[in-house]
Design a protein around this ligand. Sequence first.
Ligand code: SF4
Length: 449
Amino acid sequence: MKIKFILPALQEAKTPFWRPIKYSLFPPLGLATLAAFCSEEDEVIIVDEHIEELTYDDMPDLVCIQTYITNALHAYEIGDSYRKRGVYVAMGGLHATTLPIEAKAHADTVLLGIGETSFPLFLKELREGKPRQFYQTGTVCLDNLPLPRRDLLKRSHYLVPNSMVFSRGCPNQCSFCYVNSFFEKGQSFYTCKIDRILKELDTLPGKHLYFLDDNLFADKKLCHELFREMKSMNRVFQGAITVNSVLEGDLIEEAYEAGFRSAFIGFESMNRENLIKARKQTNINQSYQTAVKRLDELGIMINGSFIFGMEEDDKDTFLRTVSWAIESGITTATFHILTPYPGTSLFHQMKEENRIQSFDWNAYDTRHLVFQHKNLSKEEMEKGYQTAYREFYKWSNIGKASKNHEKVRMSIKHFTYAGAWKKFEPVWNFIVKQKLFPPARRILEKTLR
Ligand code: SF4
């Protein structure tokens, strides 16, 4: 069979906010994972519309489309176009999982949840001529998975081609998080065994790695084992962790020794009430200050993630949050406007309270307010969000935040990393255009070390 996997461009990748580098970071690993279930006789391609042109006038036997909320409408156009010409279309991913009936109008089959079990079953039944309309995740075991077909990914088009995941989902239940809606009908957290992880690690060339797990330290025992093994591998890696995982035990020290140099952390809010209402258990009653200090002493940079628009937020929240991040020496920050993704408990709650003001999925990009907030208007929220970014990334504030580290080495790293990431857009554009990723990656590795 001729099989074409497609990652349609996210809506924001076509707006003035578009930063080519931001969408040239990671290859579509999920599609490469599914491609591994195709047979040797199949002709398989993966197209990532963020880095290459997508044409859809060809005639494969099967098209598999990955949906997120802000590429869903575009994904539907692609699905419709192929189906009109008689091509079989399967859709999966976050959005198709949470709204399968909506997705089904544009696909022959919808795969719900993680595809590691359902996709091979679907392929088998399609070959037998009796595919179903919907496939649920079912029981998943990640241990005997084939390795992702990284040979189908265009490595040279990405800054971080070595991305990897060894778990799926997260054991926590934050009300706004789409991760749980993805697993709504089953277990919400799975991991691979250590041997499988090491086998995959072995296939990744170079030093730099990015673990894309939603919550990297969620299985502490497994992480202890993994980091002990990684100590001698001379890697540097980044990944997403939680506040409590920094404070409990000595896992963070082991991670550092294994090469962990940059942590993405969801601080979300400075307000305890907000955290309680959002069920952000990993942050409630945890000292952000102590967690930040511990990471700083070790030499791990922080990419802090913050949400505006939680229940208790008001006009002062934006600058209060930015001031805290600067005073704490947070290296880079990502700000979001709270977004009730379909399928989350936040969405159900807001719908019940009749507060959702837009069902245009393209506006669910965390830059727009799509619900009624009790203290802030849409204009105030979006202006506050933009102000936060502008203030945090002013040269003067990058300089100020860089000074808030114990060691000079961390101050230099901070200044270089934050400045390079946000202040040299023409340089990044040139790198993306000329595909100069290998030298850029070497500089990234050096900065992280
Ligand atoms: S800890 Fe992070 S990944 Fe887990 S449910 Fe909460 S927001 Fe989602």
